[in-house]
Design a protein around this ligand. Structure first.
Ligand SMILES: [Zn+2]
Length: 283
C-alpha cells in the first residue's frame, strides 16, 4: 500500500502508557480489599475497582523516543489510514447530503478504559458506539501476521477500515436499529443480526478501499489479496476452529470466512454503500 505520503489524522489519541506486564498485584489486591470494605460499608465497590484500573494503567504518554522505530511507524500508518477513511466518508456523506462526524482512534497498550467498559487488548481492535472511538493495541498487528497468517500493510488497513465501518453504521442509525431489534428476538436471531452488522462493516471497508484507490491510487500489487486473506483468516469459523477444533454456526457473530470475503469484495468492486445492504439481501 502506498501510504507514506498520505495525510495524518488529527483524531488519533495516543494512550499507550507504561507497560503493565509487571505485577499489578500490590495495587490490585489493595484495591480489592478496599472495595470489599466499601461494599461492607454499603458503598459501591465498582467505583474503587474502576479507579484502581485507571491507576494501574495510567494513560500517560511515554515519549516517542522510548519506542521502537517499528512501533512509531505502525502508529504513523494507522494515522494515515484513519485520515484516508475520513476523506472517503466525508465525501460519501456529502454525496448523500449528510454530515459525517469523524471518529477518534485510541492507541493503547495492555488495557484501556472506554465508554463501553474496561477492555484488554485480548479482545482485539473494537469500536465503542457510546464514545464513537475506535480502539486498537498495535500488538494486534503482530497477531494478525503470526497467529492469523495475514501479513501485509493492506491487511492492517482493512482492520481499521472495518472498525470505521462500525462508526459509519452508528452515524447512519443502523447500529441503533439493530440493537433494538436484538432486544426483541431470541439469541440465535440476535446473533444472526450481529453477523449481518459485521458483514456490512466488511462491505463498508471495501467501499473505502474502492474510493481511496480511485482518488489516491493507494493500492499496490497484492494488496487486495492481503485484505481478502485477512477477512478470511479472521472469519468466525476459522477462529472457532483454531480455538476449539470445531465450528458452531449459531454462535457466529462475525460471519464465516467466505461471507466476509464476499462482502468485502462487494464493497471494493462497487464503491457504493447501497451495495452493502446485508439486512435486505441474503448473506
Ligand atoms: Zn466488527
Amino acid at each position: 500500500m502506498r501510504w507514506q505520503l498520505g495525510r495524518r489524522s488529527d483524531n488519533v489519541e495516543d494512550r499507550r502508557g507504561a507497560s503493565i506486564s509487571g505485577p499489578v498485584v500490590g495495587g490490585g489486591i489493595g484495591a480489592l480489599v478496599l472495595s470489599l470494605i466499601v461494599a461492607l460499608l454499603g458503598g459501591d465497590p465498582s467505583v474503587i475497582l474502576r479507579e484502581s484500573a485507571r491507576t494501574d494503567n495510567p494513560p500517560v504518554n511515554s515519549p516517542r523516543s522510548s519506542r521502537s522505530a517499528a512501533e512509531n511507524q505502525a502508529a504513523d500508518f494507522v494515522s494515515v489510514v484513519l485520515a484516508d477513511t475520513e476523506d472517503v466518508w466525508n465525501q460519501v456523506f456529502r454525496e448523500k447530503g449528510r454530515n459525517y462526524v469523524e471518529p477518534k482512534l485510541v492507541l493503547f497498550s495492555g488495557r484501556v478504559e472506554s465508554a463501553c467498559g474496561l477492555a484488554s487488548s485480548a479482545v482485539g481492535p473494537f469500536y465503542c458506539p457510546a464514545d464513537q472511538k475506535v480502539y486498537i493495541d498495535l500488538s494486534f498487528y503482530r497477531d494478525l501476521k503470526n497467529k492469523f497468517q495475514a501479513p501485509g500493510d493492506f491487511a492492517q488497513a482493512y482492520v481499521i477500515a472495518h472498525e470505521v465501518g462500525h462508526h459509519v453504521q452508528n452515524q447512519l442509525g443502523i447500529s441503533d436499529k439493530v440493537r433494538s431489534l436484538q432486544s426483541r428476538v431470541g439469541k440465535t436471531q440476535a446473533n444472526q443480526l450481529s453477523v449481518r452488522l459485521e458483514l456490512q462493516a466488511d462491505c463498508f471497508a471495501g467501499v473505502w478501499a474502492n474510493r481511496a484507490q480511485r482518488s489516491r491510487q493507494i493500492l499496490e500489487q497484492g494488496d487486495i489479496e492481503e485484505a481478502i486473506n485477512a477477512a478470511s483468516s479472521i472469519g468466525d469459523d476459522r477462529l472457532q476452529e483454531r480455538s476449539q477444533g470445531y465450528v458452531v454456526p449459531d454462535s457466529f457473530t462475525h460471519g464465516s470466512s467466505a461471507q466476509r470475503v464476499t462482502w468485502f469484495k462487494r464493497g471494493i468492486q462497487s464503491g457504493d454503500i447501497n451495495q452493502c445492504d446485508t439486512f435486505q439481501q441474503s448473506i
